[in-house]
Ligand binder design. Sequence first.
Ligand code: SF4
Length: 349
Amino acid sequence: MVMASEALKKYPFLIGADTYLVGLSLSNLDEFPRILELAENKIRFLLRLSKLPPNINDKKESVAVFTASLAMVSFTNNRRLIRSYGYALSRELEENLAMDSPKSYLTVASSLGMKAGYDGQRFDMALVDYLKLKGIDNDPALMLPQLPLKRGTIYLSPNVFRLMISRVFRWVVVDKMESQMAELRHAALSDRVKAAINSIMADFSKKKGLEVDVSSLSPVESLFPPCIKFWAAEMNKGVNIPHQARFLVATFLIALDMDVDEVLNYFKHTPDYDERIARYQIEDLAGERGSGKKYSVPRCDTLRTLGVCVCREGLCTHMSHPLLYYRISIEKKLKGDKNAGTDCAKSFP
Ligand code: SF4
């Protein structure tokens, strides 16, 4: 299958990409030194271990580098690293899609097994196909109640469809890397390949070790991100805030390891407050009920799409996640920065 060079260079997992992979495997990667070097650069760049992006020439290189990088990360046998790389790849995909026309989304989506249509303005998907999707159940913007549904078809704006593609892609690559883990564990690797993988693992562990683990710190409300402060203050005033904002506040506080009673305190002035129901919902979000699944705090791009983000200044100008905002604010405060946690404070006293 002949593929447009630019498309395959940007999306090296499109159907037909594997025709460019003849003879390449983790065991013989040292025979392809340029691919090995670019794959290592790609992993380091996407995991923010280096600021140097890989300089990939064409679609063949891109496919080989993408595949080699997945195999190298799988070989680490480190689920945290695998999840971080899957997350980084999906962020890269979302950024690339955002620069393309929505028409191109369908090609990418179908390579991930997603069936959808596009009428030039919005995407549509049969409910039965939506229900088969994996990887989207942690994002409030992608949950069924948020999506217009008519006669068995759901409708999605280009922004929401792009988010959906990136979440499905993340699930696909993480699943692929996790399935490869056992298979590759006994692969015979050359010293050069082993050294590259070990050095990535060492730098990744060092970086993660240096980061502040927000759940280990007592919550310092003044350093919370503006969105949490704003919606918590609105609830305190008795305002009936949107469902997505409640989801954000609850998942954020749960991520800080607050217990259910502490989280409930934030909700008790809402007009429809019913302690029994609220407790049930918070326990459910914390993974203490039902499936045992703990819900994640949504990312800033999701919150912007939902209209729940309230600040685009200072740290929030390019912020990716409310927990990252909190962690950076704590680090700034520890360094004596008096302005830590004050972004947009004047806009909503
Ligand atoms: S940028 Fe992120 S952290 Fe800042 S207010 Fe918006 S959603 Fe919250």
